[in-house]
Design a binder for this molecule. Structure first.
Ligand SMILES: Cc1cc2nc3c(=O)[nH]c(=O)nc-3n(C[C@H](O)[C@H](O)[C@H](O)COP(=O)(O)OP(=O)(O)OC[C@H]3O[C@@H](n4cnc5c(N)ncnc54)[C@H](O)[C@@H]3O)c2cc1C
Length: 437
């Protein structure tokens, strides 16, 4: 009798502990418990069932799920993590009602999610403030245990979308943290394969000139792409994309330089390489053409003579040709009182110093006459000279791109054309027309 009494008492005691043998209150979607930003919840899933649980998109088998909801206070990035749980978890986030759930593809994770490595799931997705997100947290292959779940929220960057771009003022450094940036509507920059989390700026040069955009002081790996056009029809600017080692600084922080027009709105996407975010420092500077470089303002003849040719693999005979080319070009320049510029190829080959380099990573010039001798006309070179009033191209290749921007062209060997030109100018020397070149 005494033993039976004890046993009954034990049964009664068991029955009196609420929920010990019952599934948790949030075992079903309808009983989901709300999560609040930054507030961690802990719960045992030991008694959870799989009743009514849909199969997550990213795994074949997950079971014993319990449900939570999260409604963000504003549009932004939500991270849901089960980091710190003592079993192998799976997460799937849904929108819609419990009887018509729509899974978010980026809302499913089994292992190694964005918040922590290992078997504890975490997800990060872009969320809208007026939406209730329903979160199913289950166990991989039926595992259960102590679940730790936490939702955090990061409000979207104010210039996350092209339409919300922030204007840059010449010379003024702007700083922001891009961790609230998404990739919504961001085009892929042409010079980098994996970028995301872009923010947007605009720049309207107050005058024509060389625009330099730099992210040099940023603490993450940036990518820059500049566009013209409106946000619905963006056109990439030539020379407007950079990932690493741009013209303003070496390293992982992007910078670009291009010739900008005063009547143009440039739209600038700054993204993170490989999805990186961090402290962004961005600055636009404008270098106006030197007064004597204004074609209309030139008072004296000002001529740029260019020599070129590839630096690579120059043999003895070719070296001789290069030396002769330079000699002939300098002779012509002396005759005209002109300055001698060069392509990067010529600078790299050591024929002339960097101070003479014209182009994207060199000087921008705008003389009245620019004679391009043996210059292919690469875009990086064009950016430094295409605003010249008159461009005369001498090239033995009739398809050289320089001819597409040339006012006059000579298809021929510069070793013949340049001395002929010098000779002709000498013949005309003293005639008043020469001085009005
Ligand atoms: C990030 C970056 C920045 C750059 N910045 C610059 C820059 O600031 N400035 C710059 O110039 N480049 C720059 N470049 C390099 C640029 O892309 C080209 O490689 C360079 O401009 C080519 O120089 P080139 O035309 O002299 O040589 P090549 O491309 O080798 O062309 C030589 C040309 O000479 C012609 N030619 C050869 N022999 C004769 C002859 N006897 N008579 C007549 N024609 C002849 C050939 O038909 C050919 O068209 C940059 C590149 C990069 C990636």
């Amino acid at each position: 009798m005494r033993g039976l009494g004890l046993c009954l008492a034990a049964v009664a005691a068991c029955a009196a502990v609420p929920g010990l043998s019952q599934p948790p209150a949030n075992d079903l979607c309808a009983g989901a418990i709300p999560l609040f930003p930054g507030v961690q919840r802990t719960m045992s899933t030991a008694r959870a069932t799989s009743s009514g649980d849909p199969r997550p998109l990213c795994v074949g088998a997950a079971a014993n799920g319990i449900w939570y909801t999260f409604q963000p206070p504003a549009d932004g990035l939500v991270t849901v993590s089960t980091c710190g749980s003592d079993f192998d978890t799976v997460l799937q986030v849904y929108t819609g009602q419990c009887d018509s759930l729509t899974p978010l593809p980026e809302g499913c994770n089994d292992d190694n999610g964005p918040a922590c490595p290992g078997p504890q799931a975490s997800v990060r997705f872009y969320a809208e403030s007026n939406t209730v997100y329903r979160i199913l947290a289950g166990g991989r292959q039926g595992q259960t245990g102590n679940l730790r779940i936490l939702a955090t929220f990061l409000e979207r960057s104010p210039n996350d979308l092209c339409a919300d771009a922030i204007p840059l003022v010449p010379g003024l450094l702007q700083t922001m943290n891009t961790s609230g940036a998404t990739s919504l509507g961001d085009p892929r920059p042409s010079c980098a394969s994996t970028t995301s989390n872009g923010v947007w700026y605009t720049f309207m040069p107050p005058t024509d000139g060389v625009v330099t955009l730099s992210t040099c002081g940023s603490d993450f790996d940036t990518v820059l792409q500049v566009y013209t056009g409106d946000c619905q029809s963006l056109t990439p600017v030539v020379d407007g994309c950079n990932n690493n080692d741009g013209p303003a600084c070496a390293g992982r922080q992007a910078s670009v330089r291009f010739y900008g027009g005063s009547n143009e709105v440039y739209r600038i996407l700054v993204a993170g390489a490989g999805g990186q975010t961090g402290k962004l420092e961005i600055q636009a500077t404008l270098q106006e053409p030197m007064p004597h470089d204004f074609c209309a303002g030139a008072l004296t003849p000002h001529l740029e003579l260019l020599d070129g040719g590839s630096a690579e693999g120059i043999g003895g005979a070719e070296q001789h040709v290069f030396a002769l080319s330079f000699e002939l070009i300098r002779e012509l320049a002396d005759e005209l009182g002109a300055a001698v510029g060069a392509s990067r190829a010529a600078v790299d080959a050591g024929w002339i110093s960097y101070a003479h380099q014209v182009g994207q990573t060199g000087k921008t010039v705008c003389p009245r006459i620019y004679i391009a001798c043996g210059i292919s006309g690469a875009v990086q070179h064009q950016v430094g000279m295409r605003s010249s009033d008159i461009i005369i191209a001498i090239n033995k290749d009739p398809h050289a791109p320089i001819f597409s921007i040339a006012t006059h062209g000579f298809v021929g060997d510069l070793l013949e054309v340049v001395p002929a030109l010098t000779k002709r100018i000498r013949q005309m020397r003293g005639a008043p027309t020469v001085c009005t070149v």
